[in-house]
Design a binder for this molecule. Structure first.
Ligand code: DX5
Ligand code: ZN
Length: 239
């Protein structure tokens, strides 16, 4: 399933969505405008509650999602990556604030099938994300009803960490499972990776079968504009 997360190009069709964690939050509106102008339409919002992630970081809540939706307008696609303890109770606030998709951690949810149902009943899309050391087997049974599977290639908690190539086998097993599910007429969840993706490894994860890569510090940094950084990723992909 192709999404238009960034300027889809012929050739290698890995798409890119920015995580705004490394942005200057006092300049966030300008960063969002810059990303939109660079052709990006999918935005990845990393919600942390100061408790669930190992380094106990707090990032932002529904109020920022509301502001981001108001700035981007109705056409943009916003996912919320919930790194929080009470996702089953609080996910609706993010949908009400303007999120199109809720991506919750398999490690933090008791009844994932019910969560997917609830999110779908609210008219939003449901994703499941797992930590680097969480086996694919925990998520595979959810595939028939998911809109997205997110494989973490860093330990959740902050941007700018090093990529963990050990998740290759997990990504490839999801790619095979999703393709076979689609071939038998089932849903085709998007396969996403998140953490440490840069121009030097984008082609690698694309070859593994990733549809969309979340890129934070590789896109939003003081080395170049978002457009320049996006271009270097697309050039590395041969686009
Ligand atoms: C980490 C977040 C990621 C991170 C990606 O907890 O889920 O989305 O911000 O940032 P980079 O691309 O810099 O690793
Ligand atoms: Zn994330």
């Amino acid at each position: 399933m192709r999404t238009g997360a960034s300027t889809g190009q012929p050739g290698n069709n890995l798409e890119v969505t920015p995580s705004i964690l490394t942005a200057d939050f006092c300049e966030l509106g300008k960063t969002l405008d810059e990303a939109s102008a660079a052709g990006i339409n999918w935005f990845h919002m990393d919600v942390m509650d100061g408790n669930w992630v190992v380094n106990k970081t707090i990032t932002f809540g529904p109020a920022l999602i509301r502001s981001v939706r108001d700035r981007l307008g109705p056409e943009a696609f916003i996912d919320c990556h919930l790194m929080i303890n009470n996702a089953e109770e609080s996910w609706q606030q993010y949908v009400d604030a303007g999120a199109d998709m809720v991506i919750a951690h398999i490690e933090a949810v008791d009844d994932f099938p019910k969560l997917i149902q609830d999110i779908h009943s609210a008219g939003a899309q449901a994703g499941c994300v797992m930590n680097p050391d969480t086996p694919a087997e925990l998520v595979m049974p959810l595939l028939p009803n998911l809109d997205l599977v997110l494989v973490m290639s860093v330990v959740p908690g902050k941007g700018g960490q090093s990529f963990m190539p050990g998740v290759e086998g997990k990504v490839r097993s999801f790619r095979a499972a999703i393709d076979s599910q689609e071939e038998s007429g089932g849903k085709s969840p998007i396969l996403m990776i998140d953490g440490g993706i840069k121009d030097h490894n984008a082609a690698t994860v694309s070859e593994w079968g990733i549809d969309i890569a979340v890129v934070g510090s590789g896109l939003i940094n003081d080395k170049g504009t978002i457009a320049q950084n996006l271009q270097s990723i697309h050039s590395a992909l041969g686009n």
